[in-house]
Design a protein around this ligand. Structure first.
Ligand code: URA
Length: 251
């Protein structure tokens, strides 16, 4: 493992709910590296070869875990939301027992967000580097959605989406990159995009004067939800190499 900042190490440990708890512990002198109190969150070391302690107890980093879930509606990918947290669909018991399981659960995050009413494929992991690579615009991992539309979806709308449409992103206009559209039925399409602006799919459908009535993510790269026969709310666990090969393809 490369060197990490103390902030990164403590976040990966799952010992704290958020950044503010870490900053407080650092300020209070509760963190030490090789026996020496360190208050600088940007201090870098390799946690495998240097002993980082909280209150004199070695900070252990939970193993990296990789899950997919079939997200039901009314679950949120954002922590502390009024809706149920998608991570609740991963039972604590699969992460271990007692405190270590709770800590491991704390380190999990959803890779990219699905809106509250959106269903389908969501990756949940605690591997930050993998999560960033899936979302990185330069890596252009395809995300495929099945959409039910309010009005009949025609070839003109498909052509517009495949060339790019203007959507609003945080008070700015943004031209979407070329997308791939497959019309399945009058009111049902597959849309594949390689970017992920906030509520992008719903906005793209709105930009061609139609409306998204149901949205389900069916694939991320080569990882296809249908291959796993997961009912909504169910999960499946992979090893790191399995999920990377499926998402990014064989290297
Ligand atoms: N695009 C959206 O608009 N919503 C989602 O949940 C995912 C992609």
């Amino acid at each position: 493992m490369a060197k990490l900042t103390l902030m990164q190490i403590l976040r990966k440990s799952g010992l704290f709910e958020g950044k503010s708890g870490i900053i407080k512990a650092l300020k209070e002198g509760r963190i030490s590296v090789e026996g020496k109190v360190t208050k600088n969150m940007n201090f870098q070391c390799n946690p495998n070869t240097r002993e980082v302690c909280l209150d004199y107890v070695k900070v252990e980093l939970p193993a990296l875990r990789y899950f997919i879930i079939n997200k039901p509606q009314a679950y949120s990918c954002q922590r502390g939301d009024k809706y149920k947290d998608v991570r609740e669909l991963i039972p604590l018991g699969v992460l271990g027992e007692g405190e270590p399981a709770k800590r491991a659960w704390n380190t999990l995050f959803a890779v990219g967000r699905l809106d509250i009413p959106t269903t389908g494929l969501l990756i949940i992991t605690n591997d930050g580097a993998f999560g960033s690579k899936v979302l990185e615009p330069k890596d252009k991992v395809a995300k495929k959605y099945r959409i039910l539309t309010k009005k009949r979806f025609d070839t003109e709308q498909a052509e517009m989406l495949s060339m790019g449409v203007e959507i609003e992103v945080y008070d700015d206009t943004y031209m979407t990159k070329p997308a791939h559209v497959e019309i399945l039925r009058d009111h049902e399409i597959f849309l594949t995009i390689r970017e992920g602006k906030y509520r992008q799919v719903r906005k793209m459908i709105g930009a061609v004067r139609n409306r998204c009535m149901a949205l389900e993510r069916v694939a991320i790269g080569g990882l296809e939800l249908s291959k796993f026969e997961l009912a909504q709310g169910e999960y499946y666990e992979f090893s790191g190499s399995e999920i990377k090969e499926l998402v990014f393809g064989k290297k």
